[in-house]
Every structure is written in C-alpha cells, then in structure tokens.
Write a new protein. Structure first.
Length: 210
C-alpha cells in the first residue's frame, strides 16, 4: 500500500493555454508507454494527465511549472520542459522502480497546451536580421524556419554549413552542422532540427576563391 498523495496543480487562466481533447480518457485506457506522444516538447503551463498502471488509480492532473518541472507523486520534482510525454514517462519510470515498483508503466498525456512562448533562440552571422526569436507555443520551430523568420540568408552566407549550438547537461555545448540549402531546395525536411529554448544558430560566411 502506498500513502495517498495529493497534487496541487498550478492555476492558469483560459487565455494562457489551449484546451485539447482531454487526455485523461486516453491515459486511463492505455497500458503501453509505446503509444505516448514523442513529437511535441512540453513547456511551462502545460497541463498533463498522469498515472502509473500498477497503482490501478484514476489519472492525476499535473502542471508544468514556470521552472519547467512537474511535481510527481512519490518522487517529487522532475524536469518536464523540453521533453515529450514519452520522454518524461521514460524518465520517471526508473525513479519509481528504484524504491516503489518492480515494474512501473508510466502513462502521460497532454490535457491542455500552454499558449506561452516556449523560450527563445538566437540567430547570428550571415542572415538579414540577427537577434532573438521567440518559439511560438504551438509551432515546431526548426532551423530553416528560424532563418526565414530572420529575413533569410545574407548575400555571402554558406547555407550548407549552418551551425546549431545546443547546451547540454553539465554545461557542455553540442554543435551540429545543418545543410539548410538541402532542406529548402530539395525538400529534405528530415534534416531540419526542431529547436529548443536557448539554441543558437550561426550562419557562416561562404569562403570565396578569387
């Protein structure tokens, strides 16, 4: 038997979030983590439905706080911002299995999406307008879209070697080279990374032989 845990969700107004078809029904009727959404990144203000199948209880409502965390019964605060529902469930699963369950099946669904900005990315180098760009709440902002929002490439840009710099846990930065030319001219959208808060896009100058 486990102690009853009460979760107090952070209050938000209707204008701060976009109501979706309730995830509670899906969460209540699902027993597989494989079907959880793995595309949309969560952010502050999102409201979630949560349950552990082995507890045999109705889903609980959790809120992603402004700090990007959710208060999870039994284990406390867990970072949710920047993770999908499936990633969050996979993060919580081993935490529960350390002390409370032999096997834990964690089911999480998005009930209401926040309309708040998902954060800011920064575009610099050979673009027409350098600076910061807000990540809209309900948009998959990618490298190519951010460059277009920055006015497009400048005259001497190297669109095949755009740098995406992302901070990783521990303070390390990871740099990925993105061929935006192939994305825009050849339709290779699978090569267009989805941006996260604080990502930096650096468009280099093309080296020209004279």
């Amino acid at each position: 038997m486990f102690a009853r845990t009460t979760v107090h969700a952070q209050q938000t107004t209707a204008r701060d979030r976009s109501e979706l078809p309730s995830a509670a029904g899906m969460v209540a009727g699902t027993t597989s983590m494989d079907v959880l959404d793995n595309s949309r990144k969560l952010g502050a203000g999102d409201r979630l439905s949560y349950r552990v199948v082995q507890e045999k209880r109705a889903p609980l409502s959790l809120m992603v706080t402004d700090s990007g965390e959710v208060e999870v019964p039994l284990i406390g605060r867990v970072r949710a911002s920047g993770r999908t529902c499936r990633e969050l469930a996979e993060t919580i699963k081993p935490m529960l299995q350390r002390e409370y369950f032999i096997h834990a099946t964690v089911i999480i669904g998005l009930d209401a999406a926040s309309l708040k900005s998902r954060g800011t990315v920064y575009v610099s180098g050979q673009v027409r307008t350098q600076g910061s760009i807000e990540i809209p709440a309900e948009e998959r902002l990618t490298v190519s879209k951010a460059i277009l929002k920055a006015g497009g490439f400048a005259e001497f840009s190297d669109s095949k070697k755009v740098k995406l710099v992302r901070n990783k846990p521990g303070g390390k930065a990871e740099t990925t080279i993105v061929d935006v030319d192939a994305i825009l001219t050849k339709g290779q959208i699978e090569k267009d990374p989805v941006l996260q808060a604080d990502d930096r896009i650096i468009v280099p100058r093309k080296f020209i032989n004279i």
